[in-house]
Each structure stands twice: as C-alpha cells, then as structure tokens.
Ligand binder design. Structure first.
Ligand SMILES: [Zn+2]
Length: 273
C-alpha cells in the first residue's frame, strides 16, 4: 500500500452513517472528536431513533417517548463531539434478530432499500465527503440495523455520482474479535458477567485480519466518554461495561479500528491523521 500523505483535517468533509443513537460514540467517538476539533465538516446520519432500546431509568423516558428522548440525547452528544449537522432518517429500531420488532412496518430492516440508498447517495453528492464511516458487515454484535446500514451506505457510495467530486474512501468501523475476547476476559477476571455468552466470544465482531487501520485516539477519550454519557437512557450504572475500572475503560476506548473497504487500492487517509 502506498504511503499516505499528511492530511489537512480542516479541509476534510466526512459523512458518518450509523443505525442508532450511541453507535457513533462506541464505534468512532474518538475519531469524530479528533476530526471535529481539527475543523473537518462532518455530517452524521442516524437511521433510527433507537425506539426499542432499554431504558436505564424510568424517570428519563417511557417506551412511548423513548424515540424522542434518544434523538435529543444524540443531539446533546454531538454538541460535545462538535458536530452540528445531524440528520435522522426516522425509521424504527428493528430490535435484535428474531424479535417481534423485526416485523414492524416502519422497522429499518423492512425499509425500501432503493429509497434509502438513493437518499444517502443524494447526501453524498451534497456534502462531497472524503471519508464515509459506517458499520462493518458483521454489525459488531450482529444487530440487523447495523448490517442494513452497512449495506445501504456501501451501495450509496457506489451509486453517488458527482463527476466533480473525489471518490470517497469508505471505512467500516470495526470491533475486532480479539477486542471482544479481551473485554470478556477483563470482565470475567473481575467477576463481572459479560453481556454476551462465552460461546459467542469467538464469533462476535470483525475478524482481526479484516482491520486495515488502527487509530490511537487516547487523546480524545475524555471527549468520547463525555459524549457517550449523553446517551443517558442507555447507561446502566450496574451494567457490565460500567462496572469496569476507569483505567480499563480508557484503555479499551483509546484505540479504534477501521477497515478501508473501498475503493480498492486507495491510499489509507486515516492512517495519516
Ligand atoms: Zn446500534
């Protein structure tokens, strides 16, 4: 792969496409904070409003208004990250595979693929991104909405056609399998029950050899955590991640992983940031 040139972040346009409020933070909160601080123009597209997520504290939301609360939580989070262009596609969270929510008529996994791809391609033509960030094909822990967004953003990047624009680099955000395994170990060593079964730990996440780009975002971890903490309905004080010591959380969050998916043979711009 050729050496990447040094990058003027302030000249970058970035499009981030995720499925739910808070996905942006877990997968690329450090990179987004770094890009925003450097003056990049960033557009965040969120496909659903996280309608069927858990509610950590009943004083924060009801099942009926969770979708509205989570939209505001995302806006609050992006105020901290430094992103003002936040766009919702307003589909309904499809829930995990095999749940009744999969069959809801407005569930994102049942949406008209062509319409969404066209919509995203229009946004790509509008903002002319140098970088597009989205979920990887594994969906991290396999959420159907993550996989659907990966498919839509990938197809949109191919369909968008502005002859005057540079071809954007499409990056998938990755949770490498070895990171899941390390997290599982960190939890079990401390007597914390991990949020996934032991037999899942060898199949979850992105195969390590598909990661092309490992970023040290340790400088941006405080911003990443502050932004994530705005997703208050999703934070359970007694949750497995929340029980880990702060230094372990900082260590886990201080590195982010990406796969440069397209175009083939492109120079890895992220590696030069
Ligand atoms: Zn999600």
């Amino acid at each position: 792969m050729p050496d990447a040139p040094a990058i003027d972040v302030a000249r970058l346009s970035v499009l981030a496409c995720f499925a739910h409020p808070d996905d942006e933070g877990f997968s690329s909160g450090g990179l987004l904070a770094m890009l925003a601080a450097g003056g990049a123009r960033i557009t965040l597209v969120c496909a659903t409003n996280g309608d069927v997520g858990e509610i950590s504290d009943p004083s924060l939301a009801t099942p009926e208004n969770l979708w509205q609360v989570r939209k505001q939580e995302l806006r609050n989070a992006m105020d901290i990250t430094g992103i003002t262009d936040v766009r919702f596609l307003d589909y309904r969270d499809s829930g995990m595979d095999g749940t009744d929510d999969n069959r809801h008529p407005n569930a994102y996994c049942n949406a008209d693929d062509d319409a969404i791809i066209g919509h995203l391609a229009g946004i790509i033509n509008e903002v002319n991104p140098h970088l597009i960030l989205t979920h990887d094909p594994s969906g991290g822990y396999g959420h159907p909405d993550h996989k659907t967004m990966c498919n839509h953003a990938t197809a949109a990047a191919q369909r968008a056609s502005d002859p005057d624009a540079a071809t954007p680099l499409l990056y998938y955000t990755c949770f490498p399998r070895s990171v899941f395994q390390r997290m599982w170990q960190e939890m079990t060593d401390r007597g914390i029950t991990p949020p996934f079964a032991v037999d899942a730990v060898d199949t979850l996440g992105t195969p390590d050899d598909e990661v092309t780009t490992t970023l040290d975002v340790s400088q941006w971890v405080e911003t990443k955590i502050a932004s994530l903490s705005c997703h208050r309905t999703q934070i359970h004080d007694d949750g497995p991640f929340e029980q880990l010591p702060a230094e372990v959380v900082h260590r886990l969050m201080g590195t982010e992983y990406y796969q440069l998916s397209a175009p083939t043979g492109a120079v890895d711009l992220l590696a030069a940031i």
